[in-house]
Each structure stands twice: as C-alpha cells, then as structure tokens.
Design a protein around this ligand. Structure first.
Ligand code: CP3
Length: 355
C-alpha cells in the first residue's frame, strides 16, 4: 500500500510536505548488488522473472530512500511482441537484428499482445503494487525514440536513416508512428490496469529534431497518445529527452500532467515554455554527481529554490544515472532534497516567493 504519496501529489500540483525525488535509471550498475545479479542474468532474463524484476525495482527504493519506484524493464521490451528481434548489448544499448527500413517492414509489424507476450511484466507490476509503499512508475518508449532504434538498428548520433525516412518517405514514417503510437497506448493502459500509479513516456532522443519538424512529424502521435489515455486517471509524464528545451513550447496543449526537463533549460524557463498546466520534473545534470558532496548540494539547493516556487515540482536528474555514480552520494542527495525542502517549506518560503 502506498503510504508516501508526495510524488503523486506533486504530479497533480498539490502541496507537499517535502519535495519528492527519484532518479532516472535508479536501478543500475552503480549498485554493487545489481552488478552481482547482472553477472548471472541479462536485463531481458531479469524481466522474464517477475519476483526478481520486482526485487531489482525495490533495491534503489530501500537503499536510496526515494519517493517513487520505476519498473525494472526497458523501453524495448514491448517491441518484441511486434515482431522485432533485438538484444540489449552491454555498454551499447539496444541492437536490432531485423531493422525497419521499408514500407513492407512497417506493414509486417504486429500490434502488441500484452497478455500473450508480456504477462511477466504485468505480473511484476502486480507484485510491486502489493509490496511498495511508494508509488510505482511504469513506462513506455515514445514513437520517435523507439523508431530511431528500429530504423538505425542500434544507438545513433546523427539519426541519419531515421530522418531520411521522416523527410524522404513521410507515408512510411507516419505509418510507423501510428503503429508505435498504438503500441504505447495499449501498453500503458495495460500497465495502469495492472497497478501502476503513474506512467511515463520516454522520448529520450526527440531533441535531435528542429522544433518545426517535431511539430510536423512527431507531435501528432504524442498528442494522440495522451488524448487516448484520457481515461487513465493516473498521472502521466512526458519526458522529451536530452536537448529538448526548444521543443517545450510545442507541448503546452498536451493532455499530460508532468513534463520532464533536461539540464540545459532552467526550471523557471522550462515552466515558462510549457505553461501553467504542468508539474515539472528534473533536472540535475547527472555528471554533477561526480563532484564533492557540497558541490552537489549547492546545485540541488539552487534547483529546489526554483522548483519550490510553485506546487508541482519533482526532483530528478536531467537524464539517466551512469554506472560510475556513487551509492553514498545518491543517498546523501536524497536526504538533502528531503531535509532542505521540508525546512524551507516549514519556513513558509514557498508562500512568500510564490507571487
Ligand atoms: O531504474 C531504471 O530506470 C530501470 C528501468 C529502465 C531501463 N531502461 C533498464 C536498463 C528504464 C526506465 C529504461 C529506459 C530506457 N531504455 C530509455 C529511456 C531513458 C533514457 O535513458 O533516455 C532508453 C533510451 C533505453 C534504451 C537503452 N537500454 C539504453 C540506451 C541502454 C544503455 C546501454 C548501456 O549499457 O549503458 C539500455 C540498457 C539498460 N536498460 C540498462 C538498464 C539498467 C543498462 C544495462 C544493464 O544493466 O543491463
């Protein structure tokens, strides 16, 4: 049962006693216990064992004291059900054995079958729903970000083939966006029904697009996804990924509750760009975690001072944790976010600065 709901309150822009905090990619290789599990099992093996996947999800919650859990899974898991054959290769990421390059490739993609192909993920969510005292966030990869893996066949810097399809064969591109949009909607609905307390859409790489191209080639499917999820009552988060600052004004009408910010835009500017309707989540540069603790705290305090000026702020990183991060510093940072924000709230800071 969820006894700590400060994360859900912040998603809904309700007042909280302390600023909630969780970390993107909080289950991972910075934790020696996780590395031990990874010696025996691959990421995909872990995901197929619900008890183990639930345990890996719980580990950072217990160790770090964060206010939300994020399902241990990967954005690629559901595309296996569409007929994509892939591996997650250590230190590289998703590698696709049958990349999508043509109209015929797109036509062959099947709708996902959650009950038939992904029952282990739904079972993990049900286990976590019973065991967690903080809310469980589940997630999907957004159409552009998934398409970039499916088309390139591996992680990419330029997105040359992805953009070549987008600009050169818009019919094929939009057919692919439609199919991936359907996948996201079905998958997030199933997660919400299985017990997720919030859902996040990761569009990690869409910041590679010019704002106008985002509006033309990607925003329609993102708009449709959140519109079709209107009956999902759990908070919905859109993370437009790295270098997404220039895209934020395009998001102002999205039927989502929270927008994730990367560190290249300030909290104040991010709020100004997306408008009043959203809570915001972010956005410490993860590399700040390499600095001494007092430098980390100085950066965190600056973010909190800005974030706490309005209800609807969730402390997080601007992108994922890296394997070299330190468990002790993360623990220290979590405690700092809680202590600093509760003492500032107690001092009435948010009210005096809110105007
Ligand atoms: O705590 C958590 O966040 C765990 C759940 C999680 C994973 N992937 C597990 C994972 C989540 C939320 C993701 C999302 C994900 N996967 C994204 C969106 C977030 C982001 O970082 O932008 C993306 C783009 C992917 C695709 C992907 N999978 C990448 C780029 C990598 C990194 C490759 C590497 O080795 O560094 C993966 C592998 C992956 N997914 C790992 C984990 C814990 C690391 C490798 C491992 O431990 O097996």
């Amino acid at each position: 049962m969820v006894t700590n709901d400060s994360f859900l309150k912040a998603c809904r822009r309700e007042p909280v006693p302390t600023v909630p905090v969780w970390y993107m990619r909080q289950a991972g290789r910075y934790d020696p216990d996780y590395r031990k599990i990874k010696e025996k099992f691959s990421l995909l093996d872990i995901c197929k064992q619900p008890e183990l996947a639930a345990e890996v999800t719980l580990m950072p919650v217990r160790k770090l004291g964060v206010d939300a859990a994020i399902l241990y899974s990967d954005i690629m898991n559901p595309v296996a059900s569409m007929g994509i054959d892939f591996d997650i290769v250590a230190n590289i990421g998703p590698v696709i054995h049958n990349p999508i390059r043509t109209a015929a490739d797109v036509a062959r993609l099947r709708p996902i079958d959650v009950d038939g192909d992904l029952p282990h993920i739904m079972e993990t969510i049900r286990i976590l729903d019973r065991e967690l005292t903080v809310p469980l966030i589940t997630f999907a990869g957004a159409p552009f970000t998934i398409a970039s893996y499916l088309i390139e066949g591996k992680p990419s810097k330029q997105y040359l083939r992805t953009k070549a399809m987008m600009y050169g064969e818009p019919d094929v591109w939009f057919a692919l966006m439609d199919k991936l949009g359907d996948m996201v909607i079905a998958y997030l609905k199933a997660q919400a029904a299985a017990g997720a307390k919030a859902v996040q859409l990761f569009d990690s790489w869409v910041g590679a697009l010019a704002p106008h191209d985002f509006d033309v080639y990607v925003l329609p499917v993102i708009t449709r996804i959140f519109h079709e999820l209107a009956n999902v009552t759990q908070p919905k988060i859109y993370f437009p990924g790295v270098s997404s600052g220039e895209l934020l004004p395009s998001l102002a009408r999205l039927e989502a509750d929270v927008i994730g910010l990367d560190w290249r835009v300030s909290i104040a500017e991010g709020r100004r760009r997306v408008g009043e309707r959203f809570a915001v989540q972010g956005n410490l540069d993860p590399v700040v975690l390499t600095a001494p603790m007092q430098v980390i705290e100085r950066h965190a305090a600056a973010l909190l001072d800005e974030g706490m000026k309005r209800p609807g702020y969730i402390f997080n990183l601007g992108h994922g944790l890296f394997p070299e991060a330190s468990l002790d510093k993360l623990k220290g940072l979590t405690a700092f976010v809680h202590d600093y924000s509760s003492s500032r709230f107690a001092a009435g800071v948010e009210r005096s600065e809110a105007r």
